[in-house]
Write a protein that binds this ligand. Structure first.
Ligand code: PLP
Length: 382
C-alpha cells in the first residue's frame, strides 16, 4: 500500500461539533442569558446528572476548577496528605497545591494502568490519620479497580474523589464512572469525548455540598442585597453559552463512545501478530476508550529496534499526531521530593511511560485513514 502524507492532520482527539449545539446557544442569545449562570447551565447540570445516574452537578469553567472545589469540599487544607493516581495529567493533582496540601503519588497496576489498590493500602497505612482524600483517575477511559479502592477508602474512612475527566460514559459493573466517589469530576475540554470548548462539572449525591460548591464558584456571595462575603470565593462557574454547546454535545455522547470503541477494536485487530499490546481493561467494565494506546513489548524497546519515540517521529512525517503515555507525576520536576508509593519493585507507571504511545482516536477519523495509520506502524516492525 502506497501511503502519502495526510493533507489534513490526523488528531489524537479533537472536538466534533454538529450544529445542534447552535440551537441551545441561540436560545441563550435570544433570551439574553450571556452569563455564567442561566437556563442552559441548570438544564445541562440536570441532564448530565441524569445521564450518569447521580444526584447533583455543578457546572464549572474547567474540570480543574471542579477538582479544586472537590478537594475543598473534602476539607483538604495546608499540610494534609492526598493520595493520588501517579499516572495522570497534572490537572488531577495541581489543585492540591493550590490548598498547600501534599500529594503522595500511588503507582499503577498492569490490569488497567490505574491506581494499584495494593500500593494504596501501603500508602493509607503509612500516612494513617493524615490522609484527607484519595484522588482516583480512570486513565484513557478505562475504569480502575473501583471495588477494591472503595473498600480501602471505607476501611480507612477517607473520602474518594473520582477524576472521571477522561472516562465520561465508561461504566464499571454497569454503573458510570464518576458516580462512585463522594465527590466526582468530569471535563468538557476540547480534547475530551464531548466538549463545551472548555468546562467541567462537579458531581455528588450530596446536595448541600453541591450548593456550597456553586456558591464558592460564584465568588461566595452571602444572601444579602449588597456584596457580602464570609468565605473565600472563586470565579469558576460555567457560562450559559458554553452550557448550550454541552447540551447539544450530550446528544452525541453514546455515539462518540461507540466510535471510540470501534477505533480501539480496529487497532487491536490490526496489530495482531506484532510484539505490542493495547491499554488494558477489566472484563466487567465498559471503557469509553477515549484514547487508544499502544504498549510495545519490553525486549523490542530494550533492543532499540522500535520505540514509542521512533513510532511518534515516523507518524509525524505523515502528519499523524501521537503522544507518549502521560509522564508519571513522581517523575515531574515540579513534584520532585514528594513521596511515591509502589507495590512492585520498580514503578509500573514509569515502565508504561517508556513503552507506551497514545494513538489517533478522533471520532472523525475514517476507517480508511485508520487502516493507513495501522499500516505505517506495521512497517516499522518489519
Ligand atoms: C483533561 C483532564 C483534566 C482537566 O480538565 P480541564 O477541563 O482541562 O481542566 C483533569 N484530569 C484529567 C485526568 C484530565 O485528562
Amino acid at each position: 500500500m502506497e501511503i502519502n502524507r495526510f493533507e489534513n492532520r490526523v488528531w489524537l482527539s479533537s472536538p466534533t461539533i454538529y450544529g445542534e449545539e447552535q440551537k441551545f446557544v441561540q436560545e441563550a442569545f435570544d433570551t439574553n442569558w450571556i452569563a455564567p449562570l442561566g437556563p442552559n447551565v441548570d438544564a445541562f447540570e440536570k441532564e448530565i446528572a441524569e445521564y450518569m445516574g447521580i444526584g447533583h452537578g455543578a457546572a464549572t469553567s474547567a474540570g480543574t476548577a471542579a477538582l479544586h472545589l472537590a478537594y475543598k469540599l473534602a476539607g483538604v487544607q495546608q499540610g494534609d496528605i492526598v493520595l493520588c493516581s501517579d499516572l495522570t495529567f497534572s490537572a488531577t493533582v495541581n489543585p492540591i497545591s493550590y490548598e498547600k496540601a501534599i500529594q503522595v503519588f500511588v503507582d499503577s497496576e498492569r490490569d488497567t494502568w490505574n491506581m494499584d489498590p495494593r500500593a494504596l493500602e501501603i500508602a493509607l497505612e503509612k500516612y494513617k490519620g493524615r490522609v484527607k482524600a484519595v484522588a482516583l483517575v480512570h486513565l484513557y477511559g478505562s475504569p480502575a479497580k473501583i471495588d477494591e479502592i472503595m473498600e480501602l477508602c471505607q476501611r480507612y474512612d477517607v473520602p474518594l474523589i473520582e477524576d472521571a475527566a477522561e472516562s465520561l460514559s465508561a461504566t464499571y459493573k454497569g454503573k458510570q464512572t464518576g458516580t462512585f466517589g463522594k465527590y466526582n469530576i468530569i471535563s468538557f475540554n476540547g480534547n475530551k469525548i464531548i466538549t463545551t470548548s472548555g468546562g467541567g462539572m462537579l458531581l455528588s449525591e450530596d446536595e448541600e455540598a453541591i450548593k456550597k460548591a456553586r456558591k464558592w464558584s460564584t465568588q461566595a456571595r452571602d444572601n444579602a442585597p449588597w456584596y457580602q462575603h464570609s468565605e473565600l470565593g472563586y470565579n469558576y462557574r460555567m457560562s450559559n453559552v458554553l452550557a448550550g454547546i454541552g447540551r447539544g454535545q450530550l446528544l452525541h455522547l453514546e455515539e462518540h463512545k461507540a466510535k471510540k470503541q470501534a477505533i480501539y477494536r480496529m487497532y487491536e485487530e490490526g496489530f495482531k501478530g506484532l510484539p505490542v499490546s493495547m491499554n488494558p481493561y477489566l472484563e466487567y467494565t465498559d471503557p469509553n476508550f477515549w484514547l487508544s494506546c499502544l504498549l510495545i513489548d519490553e525486549d523490542v524497546v530494550a533492543s532499540g529496534k522500535v520505540t514509542p519515540e521512533k513510532v511518534r517521529l515516523y507518524l509525524e512525517e505523515y502528519n499523524v499526531e501521537t503522544r507518549p503515555v502521560w509522564k508519571p507525576m513522581h517523575m515531574q520536576p515540579i513534584f520532585e521530593g514528594l513521596d511515591f508509593i509502589s507495590y512492585e519493585e520498580s514503578s509500573v507507571g514509569k515502565d508504561l511511560f517508556e513503552r507506551g504511545l497514545c494513538l489517533p482516536s478522533d471520532v472523525k477519523m475514517s476507517e480508511e485513514t485508520q487502516k493507513q495509520v495501522i499500516e505505517l506502524i506495521k512497517e516499522l516492525f518489519k
